[in-house]
Design a protein around this ligand. Structure first.
Ligand code: HEM
Length: 510
């Protein structure tokens, strides 16, 4: 009897549940669609989207490539939907110019993303802070005090010494296989650590922390796009790992500040003025005590500024070097032409110095070509519109996230002849540069939020590459042909090689 009643109840209630579920689902989808599309507005073309997630599933593991495919079909300005967040994708020089120049002010903010917010003291770093007075003050402080021509010059010795260390380390490999990716990472880390903190920081715990930190800064948090799914980030451990890395980095930076404060007391007390060499922390602490800026340098601001140099400066620079050397190994003709140039100009001296670099026109062309094909930050750093605006005649709402696909723009066939080919000659006798005037070539971004450290970064990688190819001939292990080098990418905070660059280096000078 009981069985019959429960079976009848099941048969009566089941259709009601199904109907209720269907009505609720239709309602949610309808609400979601009407909130993400407004028929009165002239929106840019969009690919078909799924309920709730929109186009999130189409981003894949290499979003710069997936977005290039989408724009090939729908045009150079596309509006996609990432969960609840509309996102504009610009993939041509013209659309990038509209966003980064014509409407620079409206697109000068950054979206608040939970991971970088936790890692950078509540978005206090220059790179991730929203547009406003705080960002203006801290960026102009960095530009004037840390990244000026004079300051960059003062770190010349550090760059030259660390290049020498890298070259000497390779010399010790005695023709065996070396992991050039690891060596290059440790070279850029050493340069940045010495410039920022006055010492190298090769302790395995710190290297591990830096790897975790940069990995997390490039991670995607589902809660940023579909807030009611933010529990997924907690469940996956992303939130806990981010908090842990932020705390460990803070402890490290606190130690660095204390070290510098005690050293400063000793130097100030020493009338003979013993060691007066200044690193970035010294400069920031001096500014804090002198109160020469009308901006109060709280401890968190100093720590966030140091973090900027690590987060924005290490991976980007090492990635640029890694790709350039990879392309050279794959293109023996280009490698030979470059080696001829640097070897003629250096003329047998022990090391190439920064004075030699500007005479090396082919080197400049090689580096630009490598950067065109492998922008270290392929989608720059995402922006956010602060007002409703019209772009190329389309209506873009305030709060839209913006991706400028610098990687796709560098490979746009309407701008570049045989764009997929590594052909440095295209940059010889050609004024195109990455300083922000040529929108077909923007690996450093452009405008108010463009990279403020071009002058800082270029001598680091130019010097490294010039000396590597000057001192050594490179081959792949087991006599594999250079042309066969695997160039698979992996996207994180930067776009890196998936597999480490393993090479055999033979000294050129016996
Ligand atoms: C090859 C090396 C580098 C490349 C390709 C690069 C590229 C970039 C790009 C694409 C952006 C975002 C631009 C935009 O949104 O328009 C950026 C921002 C930034 N970069 Fe670099 N960068 C490099 C090295 C460095 C170094 C060495 C530092 C520091 C010492 C640095 C500090 C910054 C900072 C602080 C920002 C944020 C600017 C802001 O939001 O106002 N970068 N960089």
């Amino acid at each position: 009897m009981l069985h019959i009643i429960s079976t009848l109840t099941f048969y009566f209630t089941m259709p009601i549940i199904i109907v209720a579920f269907t009505i609720i689902s239709i309602f949610i989808v309808f609400k979601w669609y009407s909130s993400t599309s407004n028929p009165k507005k002239n929106r840019p073309p969009s690919p078909l989207k799924l309920p709730i997630i929109g186009n999130l599933h189409q981003l894949g593991s290499n979003p710069h490539r997936s977005l290039q495919t989408i724009t090939k079909k729908h045009g150079p300005l596309v509006l996609i939907q990432l969960g609840n967040v509309p996102a504009l994708v610009a993939s041509s020089a013209e659309t990038a110019c509209e966003i980064l120049k014509t409407h620079d002010l409206i697109f000068a903010s950054r979206p608040k993303l939970s991971i970088t917010n936790t890692l950078t003291y509540g978005s206090k770093s220059i790179a991730f802070s929203p547009y406003g007075e705080y960002w203006r003050q801290v960026r102009s402080l960095a530009v004037l005090q840390l990244l000026s021509n004079k300051r960059v010059q003062s770190f010349r010795q550090v760059r030259e010494q660390e290049t020498q260390v890298m070259i000497d380390t390779i010399a010790k490999s005695c023709g065996s296989v070396i992991d050039l990716s690891e060596l290059i990472s440790s070279f850029t880390n050493n340069v940045i650590c010495r410039v920022a903190l006055g010492r190298t920081c090769g302790e395995p715990e710190f290297i591990d922390l830096l790897i975790r930190f940069t990995y997390l800064a490039g991670c995607f948090s589902i809660g940023d796009y579909i807030p009611w799914l933010s529990w997924v980030d907690r469940l996956s451990g992303l939130v806990a790992r981010t908090k842990q890395a932020a705390q460990e980095f803070d402890e490290f930076l606190e130690g660095v500040l204390e070290e510098h404060i005690s050293k400063k007391k000793m130097v100030d007390g020493d009338q003979n003025g013993s060691d007066k060499r200044q690193d970035l922390v010294d400069i920031l602490l001096d500014l804090q005590t002198e109160k020469t800026t009308n901006f109060i340098l709280h401890r968190d601001v100093i720590k966030a500024a140091i973090m900027d140099v690590f987060a924005a400066g290490t991976d980007t620079t090492s990635t640029a070097i890694e790709w350039a050397i990879s392309e050279l190994i794959r293109h023996p003709r280009v490698m030979k032409t470059l080696q001829r140039e640097v070897r003629e100009i250096a003329n047998g001296k022990p090391m190439i110095t920064e004075d030699d670099l500007e005479k090396m026109t082919y080197l400049q062309a090689v580096l630009k070509e490598a950067m065109r094909l492998h922008a270290p930050l392929p989608l720059l750093i995402s922006r956010e519109s602060t007002k409703d605006v019209k772009v190329m005649g389309y209506d873009i709402s305030a709060g839209t996230q913006v991706f400028v696909n610098a990687w796709a723009i560098g490979r746009d066939p309407s701008r570049w002849v045989e764009p997929e080919k590594f052909h440095p000659e295209r940059f010889l006798n050609n004024p195109i540069d990455y300083k922000g005037l040529n929108f077909e070539f923007i690996p450093f971004g452009v405008g108010r939020r463009g990279c403020p450290a071009i002058q800082f970064a270029t001598p680091v990688y130019e010097l490294a590459i010039a000396n590597l190819v000057y001192k050594y001939d490179f081959a792949l292990p087991e006599e594999v042909n250079g042309e066969e080098l695997d160039m698979t990418e992996i996207t994180g905070l930067t776009l890196r090689r998936k597999s480490p660059l393993l090479v055999v280096a033979t000294p050129h000078f016996g």
